[in-house]
Design a protein. Structure first.
Length: 423
């Protein structure tokens, strides 16, 4: 059983140059590990609290020195020398020490960094690869690798709002390996670079998650260009490569209306618009089609999509067990976007995962727009058996760290990518 010998932390920078937290954990047996946590831009209001310094003179208030200090003092003092039978006990101790519902006292960034660094150190002590340790934590055999969902075009908060919706992703549905999926994505990405130049005179400059961001006239142009890129890449839309969208609609929802492509849509009109996209384009997953507070209309959205595409909740659910329970009861969604830092510890995220699975939902394990070179997310997606993984584009090293880790895991395990929808 792991006993903590030392805990520490350091303020490092994420992929947008903003501070975040890296934790260090050492166990009595000598195993050591680190973990760095990501941070979102299009955040849900129910997310766990990221503790920032709020000192405008330093990083515009975004510094993480207080969160780092909390790890080095209060958390280290409380946990050093203690033995934990498992991850759940450690995470319960972290949550109890914080004492707030949203982890606002010590900071979810401080707690999650410790939670994952401990998991990694424990895996090292057991001499297990991290993905296997994660699988053991949830009592699940390793069977498949997640299907890739790769950011092609960005908009919304990740690209200066040139178009309202946040991501158009490509999904290599025919690929049986991560390797094949990435090669197919490369062909489509290169074609998209060419189309962006020809149609929009846009250079291949990339948004927060590495997606291209030409000045599309609207969402239809974004989707149509994605389909054209698939074809130009020599692949069949729908059969080889499908599309997924993150509408991220909380961010253009004002006073009960969706401000999209120059119009103000009611929830019913917004649902009809999304259904039209799904009918016209090979879209198999719709994330945050409605706003996080628009609970009343989510069941109608799910009914409208159910035959063709997943109704995936991100801001709606915030990986929060209470919100997932509510959504299951209301039939508001049928898939969870799982982001561990939205809830703040591994064990609580595992509970969210289990709730979604018990309801028969699909799960997409997701990175954040502000990422680091750490790649624990790839191990988590494999270990927990995520149906899909969302880590951004195939450019930018903080994204590639995860894809390259998936390639390593594939090489090591020989596991197949999950087939869809009949796995
Ligand atoms: C999302 C994520 C990742 P952010 O909305 O799904 O794309 O963005 O990390 O900014 O919340
Ligand atoms: Mg989202």
């Amino acid at each position: 059983m792991p006993t903590i010998r030392a805990l520490s932390a350091l303020e490092i920078l994420d992929s947008r140059g903003r501070p975040t937290v890296k934790a260090y954990c050492e166990l009595e047996g000598g195993a050591r590990a680190t973990a760095s946590v990501p941070s979102g831009a299009s955040t849900g209001r129910a997310e766990a609290y990221e503790l920032r310094d709020n000192d405008p003179a330093r990083y515009g208030g975004l510094g993480c020195r207080r969160a780092v200090a909390n790890v080095k003092t209060e958390i280290a003092e409380a946990l050093t020398g203690r033995t934990f039978t498992d991850q759940r006990e450690l995470d319960a101790a972290l949550a109890a020490l914080d004492g707030t519902a949203n982890k606002s006292r010590l900071g979810a960034n401080a707690l999650l960094a410790v939670s994952i660094a401990f998991a990694r150190a424990h895996a090292a002590e057991l001499e297990l690869p991290l993905y296997r340790h994660f699988a053991d934590l949830v009592g699940r055999p390793l069977r498949t690798l997640p299907r890739l969902t790769i950011n092609l075009f960005s908009g919304g908060k990740h690209a200066g709002g040139q178009v309202a919706i946040q991501d158009v992703l490509i999904v290599p549905v025919a690929a049986r390996t991560v390797d094949e999926g990435l090669a197919a994505a490369y062909a489509v990405y290169q074609a998209a670079v060419g189309l962006s130049a020809e149609r929009y005179h846009a250079r291949a400059l990339t948004a927060d998650e590495g997606g291209l961001a030409p000045p599309f006239e609207g969402v239809e142009a974004m989707l149509e260009t994605a389909v054209a890129a698939i074809e130009r890449g020599g692949l069949a839309p729908g059969r080889d490569i499908a599309l997924a969208v993150d509408v991220a609609s909380s961010h253009f929802y004002r006073a009960g209306r969706y401000e999209l492509d120059g119009a103000e849509l009611s929830a019913e009109q917004m649902i009809a618009r999304i259904a039209q996209w799904v009918a016209r384009y090979p879209i198999i997953s719709v994330e945050d089609g409605l706003a996080e507070d628009d609970w009343a209309h989510w069941p109608t959205l799910r009914d409208a999509l159910t035959e063709d595409a997943l109704t995936l909740g991100d801001d709606l659910l915030c990986t929060n067990p209470e919100r997932i329970e509510r959504a299951v009861a209301a039939r508001a969604a049928d898939a969870l976007l799982l982001k561990v830092n939205q809830i703040g510890t591994l064990s609580e995220a595992a509970r969210s995962y289990a709730l979604a699975r018990d309801a028969g939902w699909r799960v997409t394990v997701s990175a954040r727009s502000g990422e680091t070179e750490d790649h624990w997310l790839a191990d988590l997606a494999v270990g927990w058996g995520g149906d899909q993984i969302k880590v951004g584009s195939i450019t930018r090293s903080e994204r590639l760290a995860k894809y390259n880790r998936l390639l390593e895991i594939e090489h090591e395990t020989g596991l197949p990518v999950t087939t869809w929808p009949n796995d």
